[in-house]
Design a protein around this ligand. Structure first.
Ligand code: SAH
Ligand code: SF4
Ligand code: F3S
Length: 467
């Protein structure tokens, strides 16, 4: 699946340096507008913040309107098959737009751009897509735009280079909460997953660069940071200076930033020391997203998840016992190739045992060239969807139960925005990541306030400000 590696180390370094030498306003981009649509996970959301930062240092400004944009970028996800359909559906609309605006530049980037078959398909069938760049080529976007002469340009490297420091160049979506990458890529190779191919091998950022970024964010008034990685617990394993995620977490906590979160935690790399650090420091939030994927040992083995059901439950219970008021959510895949009724029952039983605060559930989707895509899959889509519905019903009862337990309590909420449900209210998250719509004035946005919980629904809470 990997494309040939086109650059040697020196060439890559020279290209990366380009952004530092050419960061100020470029006359050719002045008054130009860009529109960006982001699909997929937090990694992509944060990459888009980086792309926006790059474009704005060139002189572009952001537009919400595709009809009034000079450049449209789709930052894509490849995790499941239906991701492709959404993107090519939107591209169909853009193709028409180009007829009325021939100077419009259409660009596709992100994880789909790292799939060789997608690149071939674009070359052969979608000549109107002007610029394609991969997840390892973001820093080269300014140069690609400058060099663009109307002929389709594709710049996708198969191999990850060294970590490039962006010096807080991001245009962040919020001035209250911020994403902080601690690592890129993933070495786990779960058999169903495309991420190790689209994002490359694990590369951790240096601890000093992470701490510098967190300190700058704190100084700029940010209240909450989320440390980002596909598998944050494996942080540091690839660094020369051997250090663990728990050490990083402790150091980040000592910066004194008010709230620290982290995603995603792989159960296999979760150590007791990490649990102790999470329990010890008040500014590390008691919320852990701990994907289990399946409750059946047979399926976990086929998935190459590297833990058993018993090991997962042991870790889950340890976290619940040691971390006060912790909420744990998970990811589950149903209909993995060969999943029997008994395997699925084991997943349901595990959900009953854990009573997760929430879960993201997915029907297995065969991804190009992954080992699972070659496994025998006898189950009909109808049966898979039936299992998904049954699982979701169970998950929702526990989400609601967990929310009901907060009724009448006082929760510390970081208010982040006006409520989407009611524009006279504000919204924010509790320490353990429950969404609350609050009867409180707009000037509470950006503050951590005490909120009394008045009502609990499956996916959110209602509360009033407690003076
Ligand atoms: N790094 C994270 C997950 C990244 S992808 C982790 O290891 O937990 C987010 C979720 O998408 C996964 O947890 C998994 O549940 C789901 N997923 C990934 N590949 C999938 C596939 N081929 N089909 C269905 N769901 C998938
Ligand atoms: Fe994919 Fe597994 Fe890596 Fe998560 S840990 S990104 S599921 S390969
Ligand atoms: Fe999707 Fe890539 Fe994230 S495949 S889930 S955007 S790492």
């Amino acid at each position: 699946m990997r494309l040939p590696n086109m650059l040697d180390a020196a060439q890559r370094k020279a290209k990366a340096n380009y952004i530092y030498e050419n960061r100020t306003n470029r006359p050719i981009f002045k008054n130009k507008k860009y529109f960006i649509r982001t699909y997929g996970c937090q990694m992509n959301v944060h990459d888009s913040e980086e792309i926006k930062g790059l474009l704005e240092t060139l002189g572009y400004s952001e537009s919400e309107n595709i009809n009034k944009s000079d450049l449209i970028i789709l930052n894509t996800c490849a995790i499941r098959e239906n991701a492709h359909d959404k993107v090519f559906g939107f591209l169909g609309r853009l193709k028409h737009l180009k007829k009325s605006n021939p100077n419009l530049i259409i660009s596709l980037c992100g994880c789909m751009a790292q799939e060789a078959s997608v690149v071939t398909y674009i070359k052969e069938k979608h000549p109107y897509i002007d610029i394609v760049f991969g997840t390892h080529n973001i820093s080269e976007l300014p140069k690609m735009l400058e060099d663009y002469k109307g002929k389709q340009k594709i710049n996708v490297d198969s191999k990850e280079g060294d970590v490039i420091e962006f010096d807080n160049l991001y245009k962040r979506d919020s001035n209250i909460t911020a994403w902080v990458n601690i690592m890129y890529g993933c070495d786990k190779f779960c058999t169903y997953c495309i991420v190790p191919y689209t994002r490359g091998k694990q590369r951790s950022r240096k601890i000093k660069d992470i701490l510098k970024e967190v300190n700058e964010l704190k100084k700029a008034g940010y209240k909450e940071i989320t440390l980002l990685g596909q598998n944050v617990n494996a942080y540091g394993k690839d660094l020369e200076e051997k250090l663990e995620f728990s050490t990083l977490l402790e150091q980040v906590s000592k910066t004194g930033i008010e709230r620290i979160r982290f995603v995603t935690s792989h159960p296999w790399d979760f150590t007791d020391k990490m649990i102790d650090i999470i329990a010890k420091y008040d500014n590390i939030m008691p919320y852990i997203h701990l994907p289990v994927q399946s409750g059946s040992n047979r399926i976990l083995k086929l998935m190459n998840r590297k833990y058993t059901r018993e090991e997962y439950l042991n870790l889950f219970n340890k976290i619940k016992t040691k971390v006060n008021n912790v909420a744990i959510t998970t990811d589950i895949i149903v209909g993995f190739p060969g999943e029997t009724e008994e395997d699925f029952e084991e997943t349901l039983n595990l959900v009953k045992e854990c009573q997760f605060d929430g879960a993201f559930t997915f029907v297995f989707s065969a991804r190009e060239n992954t080992p699972a895509s070659k496994m025998k899959d006898n189950l009909s889509l109808e049966e898979k969807n039936k299992r998904l519905q049954k699982l979701n019903k169970l998950i929702n009862t526990y989400s609601k139960e967990s929310n009901l337990k907060t009724l009448g309590t006082i929760q510390k909420v970081l208010v982040t925005s006006i409520s989407e449900k009611d524009n006279k209210k504000v919204a924010g998250y509790t320490e353990n990541m429950k969404l609350v719509n609050i009867d409180a004035p707009a000037n509470t946005i950006g503050k951590i306030i005490d909120v009394k919980i008045k009502a609990a629904k499956s996916f959110s809470l209602d509360g009033i400000i407690e003076k």
